[in-house]
Design a protein around this ligand. Structure first.
Ligand code: UDP
Length: 561
């Protein structure tokens, strides 16, 4: 097994390694990878596969940190829990029964390490009539607070923080309340918010026409608003708090692989997986930084890892149990998996390509196109061995494939720490910093250390000075070419964040987790312009974070979704 750094060891010990009833850790990191590999590979038996050989290959790809499945798989595979997916979407209908059913399902999912997303768009607006009691409805935002409190309580028991995505359609009469909800401190702390827009909304903006807000219970137009002013309110709140993000539902629906099963109205908490109600998705990420040969991408190795990754995730679906029967049924029908990438910035450093350059967008495009093509080749092969996913025939896929989707770019908040690489496709935030989780983790960029040492600089002295700094561009002692390779999220212009996100999205079935960082001096109009550009680039969603904003984002000690 490749050696683990001290950050990875700490994270594993605190969160992932199995413990006995007294709380003692009873497993080594290598035993963890063996436990997961053995459990997943046991799925091969049903298809006549070679269980032992597969187990050895799964173990190797994880132990070498070439590919890691999402945290619930690492924590739960081969244990009593056995719930392996990170991402869920639950339906919420306009009734007390449905709301509280979703609440109890949410509690079970959070307990097992999954995150939940919901569309609250069907709930009648605040002040509407309640037939049964003759009372007055309290509206979606007030019900979201119940989900938030439940999440807060369950969090204390589990190893992982429960996280939620709350979505409201922009035509809902409570949209302004929703959009402004996180303006107050400590409200909806366990939620990310996304306002769901569609073509009708953007067309109304373009045409300069009023936009209808509709009561979902009666389909009646309640009032008309100026869509431009509404967009400005969204931008204002995002400027202030980082929330809400914007979803482009029409772009999402256009990529829905199984439209006959229903429409997509929501995503998981960090936005990278749009799902049907009751769907779940197992994710896993390829560590790009471990697929470099000299100063080029090791394409052969990457191909092998992606094929193995799809197999790992398809076996994970086979092995996973789900806390709600409806979810088990839906997952069995669509078998969505999400192979993604992490360590993208590290890869760029190894290729000597600055994140802020046009060449970085070309690398993004080339790498993700390759991952996507190979992931589909792997899914086609699995379909030959095991049959296509049951809903395939009525899906948009022409050739038989095993999975309705194969690719997703996740944030990889924790698994990138285990792999010791930069998170997802994000640029780095600092070259050395304290990550305020698990009692504080000291993180330093090894590539930066190597490079400055090779130039004869004292890395220890330098890092002390650079600790927690969000840019190194003003440090005279660092050579310019090194500075260019270690541009941080704060150094990069929003258009570059968007260009990289768009390059990945062009070759990703699901969505791409990415935060567009803005300087503290950015205006509300700048945020609005990011939203418009994101739409022009055919993104499925967009999240901004302005330096110095009051972070309301969940999972956000480094602001991201
Ligand atoms: N997630 C969650 N709680 C957490 C972190 C993540 O529920 O504390 C879910 C959420 O759906 C998120 C997904 O896991 O979108 C993937 O997040 P990430 O890639 O950061 O997870 P990792 O596998 O690295 O732990």
């Amino acid at each position: 097994m490749a050696s683990l750094d001290s950050v990875a060891r700490t994270v594993l010990r605190r969160r992932y390694l199995r413990r006995d009833e007294t709380g003692e850790v009873v497993e080594t990191p290598d035993e963890l990878f063996h436990r997961v590999a053995a459990d997943l590979a046991s799925a091969e038996a049903a298809f006549g596969g070679d269980v032992d050989a597969t187990e050895a290959r799964f173990h190797e790809v994880m132990a070498e940190r070439l590919f890691l499945p999402n945290s619930p798989t690492l924590m739960n595979a081969g244990t009593d829990l056995q719930q392996l997916a990170a991402c869920f979407v639950l339906p919420v209908e306009d009734s007390i029964e449905s709301i509280f059913e979703a609440l109890s399902q949410t509690a079970c999912i959070h307990q097992s390490g999954g995150g939940t997303g919901f569309s609250f768009s069907k709930l009648r607006p605040e002040g509407d009539v309640v037939g049964k009691t003759g009372g007055v409805a309290s509206g979606p935002v007030s019900f979201m607070q119940i989900f938030d409190s439940a999440t807060e309580q369950i969090k204390q028991g589990g190893r992982r923080r429960g996280a939620n995505m709350g979505v409201l359609h922009v035509s809902h009469p409570d949209v302004e309340t929703f959009v402004s909800a996180k303006g107050e401190a400590d409200v909806l702390r366990n939620f990310n918010l996304s306002v769901a827009t569609d073509a009708a909304f953007w067309d109304a903006i373009d045409a300069g026409e009023p936009y209808d807000l509709v009561n979902p219970r009666t389909d009646e137009i309640v009032r008309q608003v100026d869509p431009e002013a509404l967009l400005e309110l969204v931008a204002e709140m995002a400027w202030e708090t980082g929330d809400p993000g914007v979803l482009f539902l029409d772009t999402i629906e256009a990529a829905n692989p199984t439209p006959q099963l229903g429409h997509i109205e929501a995503t998981n908490p960090c936005g990278e997986v749009p799902l049907l109600p009751y769907e779940a998705c197992v994710l896993g990420s390829v560590n790009l930084a471990a697929h470099v040969d000299g100063e080029t991408v090791d394409w052969d190795r990457l191909r092998e890892t992606v094929h193995l990754g799809v197999r790992v995730l398809d076996d994970a679906i086979e092995r996973s149990t789900f806390p709600v029967p409806e979810i088990a049924e839906r997952v069995a029908e669509t078998r969505k998996v999400g192979v993604g990438v992490m360590g993208f910035h590290d890869l760029l450093v190894d290729l000597r390509v600055p994140y802020g350059s046009p060449a970085a967008v070309e690398v993004a495009e080339a790498v993700m196109r390759f991952v996507h093509d190979e992931a589909w080749a792997a899914s086609r092969q699995l379909a030959e061995e095991r049959g296509p996913f049951p809903a395939w025939e009525s899906s948009v896929h022409e050739t038989p494939v095993r999975n309705a989707t194969t690719t997703t770019v996740a944030p990889t908040g924790t698994i990138s720490l285990l792999a010791g690489c930069s998170a997802g496709i994000e640029p780095i935030y600092n070259v050395a910093y304290t990550k305020h989780v698990l009692g504080g983790l000291e993180i330093r960029n090894d590539r930066f250390v190597d490079m400055v040492e090779a130039r004869g600089l004292d890395a220890e002295v330098l890092l002390e000075d650079l600790h927690d700094r969000t840019t190194i561009q003003d440090v005279e002692s660092i050579p310019d070419d090194v500075k260019r390779l270690f541009q941080t999220a704060h150094d990069l212009p929003p258009r570059q964040h968007l260009a990289v996100q768009a390059a990945f999205q062009r070759h990703t079935d699901n969505a791409v987790s990415k935060t567009v960082n803005l300087p503290a001096s950015a205006s509300v109009a700048d945020v609005e312009s990011v939203f418009r550009t994101a739409r022009e680039l055919d993104l499925k969603g967009v999240t901004v974070f302005r330096s110095g904003a009051s972070t309301g984002q969940v999972l956000g000690e480094a602001p991201r979704r």
